[in-house]
Design a protein around this ligand. Structure first.
Ligand SMILES: *Cc1c(COP(=O)(O)O)cnc(C)c1O
Length: 387
């Protein structure tokens, strides 16, 4: 067993930059790689990447923070970091099932920017900007400012809706990435939400701890901890993303009492193997992050080259469950196309089930039998046994 390495790649392609600048999140944002010329200064692009950069610019902007760019292996055209953030020409192709709004969010917005799909919780899209842009972004239609649609969040209207809907006890801030706001602006949002008595639970979905760990300053963490219970879902796809700087940022959040989960997207050529995923989830535990979801890649326009068969996700869960720490095993889900929400997809561990017994298979493939209670329970109450 190899020990897991948390490596720093700073300053990498930016030699001569002082640590003060490097560690300043505003410097990182100002110096993002956004043009073909900048890319070609550092990397030898393939024809597919070159065309991708030239042709995808009116769909989803190109932007990569220096921190994340440094994780790209210049000598490996199939580098898993590269595939996530450097456009490829396949992005401009549309396959028959591709959609602009694969999760049907636009039709579930009672007010601009607020997606209310589930009974007790809402997704609050607070900005259209991210630190870097994931090429498979499920919200490419509204983020980065270059696509056909724009995100027009109306904060006051959203607060009024939330005040009037006392069934909402959980608000998830996403976007875009809420952690790109200044501390003051983010605090204003959190304060307004905390002032609504029926909102019990706040969470932020963010890739900033991975793309821009410099943003996770002590001042930010001290502000966030005033609004507990506040949880955070981060987004790491490959173990290489968990650098020393990222681990420090995650530890700082955890030290301020913020429980951390991770959401990965299953991507062809990035993390579609049990070995890579096992390494990722084990490293996440070392950063005090609980793997939460693995998503089947949404049917977003121009993502077919990154999508994997559903069987791959099932194989990964089977390769984790029982083989490693239970806390390290995320739930594999498909966000149902058209707006059905997240649906759990599980390996079949139930071999047979009737009123007398259930026959089950363990992680090694061994078969076991568990007898049902003598008085049979109603069929409509048995469902939970299958989950
Ligand atoms: C993912 C999501 C949520 C949160 O779902 P959980 O399973 O509670 O994490 C809420 N609203 C929308 C629209 C979502 O897509």
């Amino acid at each position: 067993m190899q020990p897991k390495a948390f490596l720093s790649h700073a300053p990498g392609y930016w030699p001569g930059i002082s640590p003060e600048k490097w560690n300043d999140w505003k410097w990182q944002l100002k110096n993002r790689v956004t043009t073909l010329a900048q890319l070609e200064q550092h990397l030898r692009l393939s024809p597919e990447e070159r065309s991708g950069v030239l042709l995808s610019g009116n769909k989803l902007a190109l932007a990569v923070t220096p921190h994340f760019f440094n994780l790209i292996d210049p000598d490996n055209p199939d580098c898993p970091i590269r595939r996530q953030v450097i456009p490829r020409v396949e992005e401009t192709w549309t396959s028959p099932y591709d959609m602009a709004d694969p999760c049907g969010e636009d039709s579930h917005m009672p007010v601009p920017g607020l997606v209310h799909r589930y009974p007790d919780r809402v997704l609050f899209l607070v900005t259209d900007r991210c630190a870097s842009y994931c090429r498979y972004c499920t919200r490419a239609r509204v983020v980065s400012g270059v696509g056909e649609q724009e995100l027009h969040t109306n904060f006051e209207e959203a607060f009024r809706y939330l005040e009037q809907h006392d069934e909402v006890r959980d608000v998830l801030l996403s976007g875009g990435d809420a952690l790109l706001f200044s501390d003051d602006k983010l605090e204003y949002l959190l304060k307004r939400l905390r002032a609504i008595p029926h909102i019990e639970f706040l969470r932020i979905g963010s890739r900033v701890p991975i793309f821009l760990p410099q943003r996770i300053t002590p001042a930010l963490c001290q502000m966030l901890q005033k609004y507990h219970p506040l949880w955070m879902s981060v987004h790491a796809n490959h173990p290489r993303e968990l650098t020393l700087e990222v681990r420090e940022a995650l530890e700082r959040l955890a030290n301020h009492g913020i429980p951390l989960g991770n959401q990965s997207v299953l991507l062809a050529g990035v993390n579609d193997s049990v070995d890579v995923m096992k390494n990722l989830v084990q490293k996440l535990l070392m950063c005090r992050v609980r793997p939460y979801y693995i998503y089947q890649c949404d049917l977003i326009d121009g993502s077919s080259h990154l999508r994997t068969p559903v069987s791959k996700g099932i194989e990964i869960i089977e390769g984790l469950r029982g083989h490693t720490t239970g806390y390290a095993v995320p739930q594999f889900v498909i966000d149902a196309p058209g707006g059905g929400g997240k649906v759990p997809i599980n390996p079949a561990y139930t071999v047979y089930h009737d009123q007398e017994k259930i026959v089950i298979r363990n992680y090694e493939g061994k078969i076991f039998e568990y007898p049902e209670p003598r008085a049979p329970i109603a069929a409509n109450q048995r469902e939970y046994l299958y989950s």
